[in-house]
Design a protein around this ligand. Structure first.
Ligand code: ZN
Length: 248
């Protein structure tokens, strides 16, 4: 999903050649942006609903009853239940693409934490945590690097600015390769409402992580991928208070 940086392409197609790019989008261009955003939102909503239904089946089939002495497994299990509940709330209340992405991310993290609780209960070590792509947390996971190789990588001298840029954020192989090739990674977009980027600014699509943190919790947490406090925040309703709603 979202295998292309479609917003840049859209703008590029809309700009007349050999003229300086216009700073403001025409009404038609804004309508195009909004229409494509709606298509993406509907597709992602469908995908998220399917994922959450599948995760619900997993939870029903893998219910655990843990005694109090298994404190770590209980903590993982309770977090998993909370994350799944938060995912459902996000799906119900979603306004923009990052809300839906966060619903999928939390549901998938819930399954991972459920598996960790089961592993601990069975006396096994849990698998290493999945690290998600910062540029679009729905991408393939970031390849796991064993601790020893990670140390070697850190000690290696940098070969250039692109490699430094590629190492700045956790990136899936495709995004990392794009950055190394000097291209834009395939970023998850978010819709900024009219007026959000300055007086009389149009509705625009921007990389989700550039939305100011006072409007969206998703830029700082990579749609819930990097922060264990997110399920509790969503269940309290704190994720919604500060976000402006994209207007029509
Ligand atoms: Zn990626």
């Amino acid at each position: 999903m979202f295998r292309r940086w479609w917003f840049v392409r859209l703008l590029r197609n809309a700009e007349p050649e050999r003229r300086r790019p216009r700073r403001r989008l025409s009404k038609e261009q804004q309508e195009l942006v909004l229409r494509e955003w709606e298509v993406l939102r509907d597709r992602l909503a469908e995908f998220a609903a399917e994922r959450l239904a599948a995760v619900g089946d997993v939870f029903r089939a893998a219910e655990l009853r843990l005694p109090p002495e298994e404190a770590t497994a209980r903590r993982d299990y309770l977090w998993a239940l909370e994350a799944y509940e938060a995912a459902g709330k996000l799906l119900d209340e979603a306004v923009d693409l990052p809300d839906l992405t966060a619903a999928v991310v939390l549901a998938e993290r819930a399954v991972e934490r459920l598996a960790a609780a089961h592993a601990l209960h069975a006396g096994h070590r849990s698998a290493p945590q999945v690290v998600r792509c910062f540029y679009n947390p729905l991408h393939a996971p970031v390849p796991h690097v064993p601790a020893r190789s990670a140390k070697k990588t850190r000690q290696r001298p940098r070969v250039g600015a692109r490699e430094a840029a590629a190492d700045r954020r956790p990136a899936c192989p495709a995004c990392r390769n794009a950055i190394l090739a000097g291209q834009l990674p395939d970023v998850l977009p978010a819709l900024l409402p009219a007026g959000a980027a300055g007086r009389r600014s149009p509705r625009v699509l921007v990389p989700y992580y550039t939305v100011p943190q006072q409007w969206s919790p998703w830029s700082a947490t990579a749609c819930g991928a990097y922060d264990d406090e997110v399920p509790a925040m969503v269940l309290r309703g704190d994720h919604r208070r500060r976000a402006p709603r994209p207007g029509r």
